[in-house]
Design a protein around this ligand. Structure first.
Ligand code: ITT
Length: 198
C-alpha cells in the first residue's frame, strides 16, 4: 500500500519515514514523483495550507496523501513567523531565517523568549469524504545563539529547558519523541487505520 507525503522538504520527509518505517506502507514524497503540480500555499492557517497541499497532490495522483504545514510561533513577536516560517527572511533559507529571528528578538530577556513549534497534518484520500486532521505542538524558548547541527529550520535556536538542549542537539529519534511533528504523526497513526477507505 502506498501513501504520499505531500512535502518537498527532505528533512520533514526523513522524520515521517522514520516513524512509518515499522509498517508495510510504502511512502512517496514529492521528491520521488515526477510532474508534481504547482502548490499555492495561499491559506490563512496551518490547517488551510495543509489542506491545499494534501488536496492538490491527491487530485493529481489519486492516492492517499498526507500534508504537513508547520511553523514557529514566538510569543514576543505575537505569533510570528507562524505560517510564514519557511520564508520569514525572503526566500526559503534557514540560516537567514534564524538570523532574522535573533535580530527581531534582540534585547528580549530569556523569560520573554517563549515559543512553540506547531504542525497540522491533513490526510486526504480519494475514497474518504472528510479529511483526517491532527495537530501537534512543543513548547520551548528561543536561544540567544544557534547550537547543534541536527534537524533543520529553527531547530538550532529552539531551546528545550527540560532537556537543556536545542532541538538541533537531539538525534532524529529523540526529536521525534518530543517534537510537534512526532506528536502529530503518532496521533495520525492511531486514527488513520480505522478512518481510511482503501
Ligand atoms: P513543504 O511545504 O514542501 O512541506 P516547507 O518547508 O515549505 O515544506 P512549511 O510551508 O510547512 O514547509 O514551512 C515550515 C517551516 O517551519 C520550515 O521551513 C521551518 O522553517 C519551520 N519548521 C517546521 N517544522 C520545523 C522543525 O521540526 N524544526 C525546525 N523548523 C521547523
Amino acid at each position: 500500500k502506498k501513501i504520499i507525503i505531500a512535502t518537498s522538504n527532505p528533512n520533514k520527509a526523513k522524520e515521517f519515514r522514520r516513524i512509518f518505517d515499522e509498517t508495510e506502507i510504502e511512502l512517496k514524497t514529492l521528491l520521488d514523483l515526477t510532474d508534481v503540480p504547482e502548490i499555492r500555499e495561499t491559506g490563512e492557517s496551518f490547517k488551510e495550507n495543509a489542506q491545499i497541499k494534501a488536496h492538490t497532490v491527491m487530485e493529481k495522483y489519486k492516492l492517499p496523501t498526507i500534508a504537513d504545514d508547520s511553523g514557529l510561533e514566538v510569543d514576543a513577536l505575537f505569533g510570528q513567523p507562524g505560517i510564514y516560517s519557511a520564508r520569514y527572511a525572503g526566500d526559503h533559507n534557514d540560516a537567514a531565517n534564524n538570523a532574522k529571528l535573533l535580530a527581531e528578538l534582540g534585547g528580549v530577556p530569556e523569560e520573554k523568549r517563549t515559543a512553540r513549534f506547531v504542525t497540522t497534518l491533513v490526510f486526504a484520500n480519494p475514497n474518504n469524504d472528510e479529511d483526517l486532521v491532527v495537530e501537534g505542538e512543543v513548547k520551548g524558548q528561543i536561544a540567544n545563539f544557534p547550537q547543534g547541527n541536527n534537524g533543520f529550520g529553527y531547530d538550532p535556536l529552539f531551546y528545550l529547558p527540560d532537556l537543556k538542549k536545542t532541538m538541533a542537539e537531539l538525534t532524529l529519534d529523540q526529536k521525534n519523541e518530543i517534537s510537534h511533528r512526532g506528536r502529530a504523526i503518532r496521533k495520525l497513526e492511531n486514527e488513520w487505520p480505522s478512518w481510511i477507505n482503501w
